[in-house]
Structures are given as structure tokens and as C-alpha cells.
Design a protein around this ligand. Sequence first.
Ligand SMILES: [Zn+2]
Ligand SMILES: [Zn+2]
Length: 98
Amino acid sequence: MSEPTAEGLKRYPATAGYNVDLASSIPCVCTSTCLVRCAGECGCEACSVQFTTFCETSGRLSALVSTSNAEEEALDAYRRVEVAEPPVIIRRGRFDGR
Ligand SMILES: [Zn+2]
Ligand SMILES: [Zn+2]
């Protein structure tokens, strides 16, 4: 496993560059060219997991299907969040039909 990058350190300052959402810590390997809230497009597993966690905690489970329109909506919402806390916006009604 690789080490967190300098950018990773900035993104996960409290955990020294690691996403600790899962049982094993994942180093963030983002670079300065990544979006402020990278969702793992660069191949960073830490941010990919963070985005998945965001979808789960905000009720956007259908966003995890990569062909779904909900993914874009979730990405958009994800990037609007400035703090590390998951948002409390739960838009249940929209995904009840899954
Ligand atoms: Zn990252
Ligand atoms: Zn990245």
C-alpha cells in the first residue's frame, strides 16, 4: 500500500492522510489537480470510499450504481459540502421506489 500524498494530508488532516471509515485505513493519494472533494476519479481509494460513505449516509444509495443519474446528483451534492461531516440532507422520498 502506498503512503498518503501531501494533498492527502490536507484532505484528511485529522488522520494524517488516511480515510479511516473502513476497518483498514486507506491512504489518500490525491494530487493538487484533484477536485476539492475528489470522489476517487483519480484512482484514490480513500476518496472513493468517502464518496460511498457520503452516499450511504445521505440516503443516495442509487447513486452508487454508476449508470444512474443519481450519481451525478450525488457528486454535485458531495462537492458542495465544505466540512468533513456528512450532510443531514436525507432525500428519502426520491429513492423509495428502488
Ligand atoms: Zn483522495
Ligand atoms: Zn483524487
